[in-house]
Write a protein that binds this ligand. Structure first.
Ligand code: M5T
Ligand code: MG
Length: 242
C-alpha cells in the first residue's frame, strides 16, 4: 500500500508523570515512506522523547501517533518491533557474539545478510579483523568494542531487521566525518522505500533530508528543506552557525 510505513504525529503533547510542564507540545508532522525526515534542535529539546513516543515507550497525554494509519497504541509489542527499528542514542550490546547481537532474535538472518548490513553500516572492516569474525564474543555492555564501533553495530542491527521505519537517534555523531559521509552515501539504497527519521547534531548529516523539523522546548519551530530553513528560520540559522 502507498501508506506503508507512514508515520503521523497529530497534536501530540507529552509530559513525564509528575512533571510540571510537558516536554513535547502539540507536535504534528508526517514522515513519508521513501523519504528522510530529520529532527534537529539543541540538547534537551525533546528529540529522543519524540522517537521514543513513536516506539510507544510512553503514551502521549494528548494527540495521536499512527503508523500505516493504525494508532501505535493499538499495535502489539511484536507488531511495533517488526515495523519500527530504533538505533538508540546510547547503543547497547548484550553478551553473546557479534553475530547474535546483529541478529537480535532474528535467527533467520543469514551470515550474508549480516555482512551486507555491516558493509552499509561501515562496520565490515573491524569485524573482519576479529579472529572469529561474526562469532567473536561480545560482553554485555559491549566493552570490547569502541563507542563508534558499537554505534555502527547498532545501525547494522537495525538494517538486518529490515523495518518499514528507521529511527536513528543521533546515530552518526560518534563517527568521523569521512565515515559519516560513506555511511550516508550507502544508506539510501539499503533503506529504499522505508520511512527514515534521523535525529542529528551535525547539520552536514541532514542537508539532503526531504524534510527537516527544527525543535525547541518540545515544539516544532521550523520545518522545510535545508535551503528553505537557511533562508527563513532563525533557530536553524543559529544551529548552522554554531
Ligand atoms: C527532553 C526530559 C529531559 C528534557 C526533555 C528521556 C527523558 C527526558 N526527560 C526526562 O525528564 N526523563 C527522561 O527519561 O525531557 O529530553 P530529550 O528528548 O532526551 O532531549 P534531546 O534528545 O533533544 O537532547 P540531546 O541531549 O539528546 O540532544 O528536559 O530532561
Ligand atoms: Mg537525545
Amino acid at each position: 500500500t502507498p501508506e506503508a510505513g507512514r508515520v503521523v504525529f497529530e497534536n501530540v503533547t507529552f509530559g513525564f508523570p509528575g512533571a510540571e510542564k510537558p516536554v513535547i507540545k502539540n507536535v504534528s508532522f508526517a514522515a513519508e515512506p521513501g523519504k528522510t525526515t530529520a529532527i534537529i534542535g539543541s540538547t534537551g529539546a525533546g528529540k529522543t522523547v519524540l522517537l521514543n513516543l513513536a516506539l510507544r515507550l510512553y503514551d502521549p497525554q494528548q494527540g495521536s501517533i499512527t503508523v500505516d494509519g493504525a494508532p501505535v497504541s493499538e499495535l502489539t509489542r511484536d507488531q511495533l518491533a517488526d515495523t519500527l527499528s530504533l538505533v538508540p542514542q546510547r547503543p547497547y550490546m548484550f553478551s553473546g557474539t557479534i553475530g547474535s547481537n546483529l541478529r537480535f532474535g532474528r535467527t533467520a538472518a543469514t551470515d550474508e545478510e549480516l555482512w551486507e548490513a555491516l558493509r552499509v553500516a561501515q562496520g565490515e572492516d573491524f569485524v573482519r579483523e576479529r579472529e572469529l569474525g561474526l562469532d567473536e564474543p561480545v560482553s554485555q555492555g559491549g566493552t570490547s568494542v569502541s563507542g563508534g564501533q558499537r554505534q555502527r553495530l547498532s545501525i547494522a542491527r537495525a538494517l538486518v531487521s529490515k523495518p518499514k521505519v528507521y529511527l536513528f537517534d543521533d546515530s552518526f555523531s560518534a563517527l568521523d566525518v569521512a565515515t559519516d559521509a560513506r555511511l550516508r552515501a550507502a544508506l539510501p539504497s539499503a533503506t529504499q522505500g522505508a520511512t527514515t527519521i534521523i535525529v542529528a547534531q551535525r547539520v552536514s548529516t541532514i542537508t539532503d533530508a526531504d524534510q527537516i523539523l527544527v525543535i525547541e522546548g518540545g515544539e516544532i519551530v521550523g520545518r522545510g528543506t535545508h535551503d528553505e530553513l537557511l533562508g527563513s528560520n532563525e533557530v536553524y540559522q543559529e544551529i548552522v552557525r554554531s
